[in-house]
Design a protein around this ligand. Structure first.
Ligand code: URA
Ligand code: ZN
Length: 385
């Protein structure tokens, strides 16, 4: 069997996306990106394409039922032995909408996703649990009223299968270090919702030159650099000092943040404007975050795990290195339905690579791997039975 663990240990996918039918309809109605449009494909048949990235080259990506059909999601889970999925709307969420439209659509899509999850068949072998849960959306757009955002957080707390929110890096248009977001962080901490921070915009595409490299540079580098910058700004703004119980989950293993955290700490130390602002060394805050394990390689997972394990040693109160902490803050994910197989085979290489990477981390024993594959998610989302 391909199962990494005995059948009693679950595989939980915390990074898996959907464009709900209502959202796909919104994208189809648009004439500029982000949009879904129809054309005649190379085989003479009609096809739909997805154009969402900033300055996206060419004709965009193929898009189809994998993006919205729940049966496709369940089939994918079955093929890859995934017991439970925490499903989130895919980028760019509501970012491009007016405040009025964003608010209505956020609440409608939250209801849709709750229904999508709660009416799903239960996962085999985990009869005490439902097989799918969701991350909701907040109307985070410029000029939205904060009470509208707080109202949506309140709505989410009434939905049985929505356990968190997914958000991009723009906040209300000025990033995640915007003072105007303080009541939002406060409410998210208070309601204990998991906040999944996910990239969309990448970095200025001029940095990627003129050569045709498809989507490789924006996805491989732009996405994680965007996350790195957004979360670093959030840390520098003291958000994690003021809301130490916020539960932030970072896409793509936190991008380059783990690799750059000591350089960040050093730059802070040498900067007269920032040096005294934070309660702790910057590296401490990495131990307050959760990281998906969507890094595709064992070396990267081991590295992130080690950095998290050292975080407590940078507490201003002094703390111990704990090799186990890393494996308790990292969670398996797939990024489905993105990165589909190039051939119409049944296995998704992106999934197999991430599973294999978790199995191959030398410093993780069997129980650490079980934590990353699923047990951490059960704890994070209070699904332990
Ligand atoms: N490409 C996207 O646009 N979003 C993802 O989440 C992954 C790949
Ligand atoms: Zn993703």
């Amino acid at each position: 069997s391909r199962r990494v663990l005995p059948a009693t240990a679950p595989i939980v996918d915390i990074h898996t996306h959907v464009y709900l039918p209502r959202y796909a309809a919104e994208l189809r109605a648009r004439t500029s990106a982000p949009r879904i449009y129809s054309r005649t494909g190379g085989d003479g048949k009609p096809e739909e394409r997805l154009l969402i990235l900033d300055g996206e080259p060419g004709v965009g990506r193929p898009v189809g039922s994998q993006y919205w059909d729940r049966d496709q999601k369940l089939l994918f889970m079955k093929r890859h032995d995934i017991d439970i999925s925490f499903i989130s709307s895919a980028n760019p969420w509501l970012d491009f909408l007016s405040p009025e439209r964003a608010k209505v659509l956020a609440q409608d899509l939250n209801n849709d996703l709750d229904e999508y999850c709660s009416s799903s068949p239960q996962a085999e072998g985990f009869s005490a649990l439902k097989s799918i849960y969701g991350f909701g959306l907040l109307p985070l757009v410029p000029d939205i009223s904060i009470p509208s955002v707080l109202d949506t957080i309140k709505q989410i707390t009434t939905l049985s299968h929505i356990s968190g929110v997914i958000m991009g890096t723009k906040g209300l248009g000025k990033g995640l270090d915007d003072e105007a977001l303080e009541p939002v962080w406060e409410a998210l901490q208070k309601t204990n919702l998991v906040v999944f921070i996910h990239p969309h915009y990448g970095v200025d595409s001029k940095a990627f030159g003129d050569r045709a490299n498809g989507h490789v540079l924006p996805l491989a580098l732009g996405f994680p650099f965007e996350t790195t910058i957004a979360v670093t700004r959030l840390i520098l703004a003291g958000v994690l000092d003021r809301y130490p119980d916020l539960r932030l989950l970072l896409a793509h293993s936190g991008g380059a943040l783990p690799q750059l955290s000591s350089r960040l700490a050093s730059c802070i130390t040498h900067d007269p404007v920032v040096a005294k602002r934070l309660k702790h060394d910057a590296r401490y805050y990495l131990g307050k975050l959760y990281f998906d394990a969507v890094a595709y390689g064992p070396e990267e997972l081991a590295f992130v795990s080690d950095v998290i394990g050292r975080a407590e040693t940078y507490s201003s109160a002094g703390g111990e290195y704990d090799a186990d902490i890393g494996s308790r803050r990292m969670l398996f994910g797939t990024d489905h339905p993105f990165f589909p197989p190039l051939e119409a085979s049944q296995k998704w290489q992106s999934v197999e690579d991430n599973l294999k990477a978790i199995q191959s981390v030398g410093v993780w024993n069997k129980s650490a791997r079980a934590n990353v594959l699923g047990l951490n998610a059960l704890r994070l989302f209070n699904l332990e039975h």
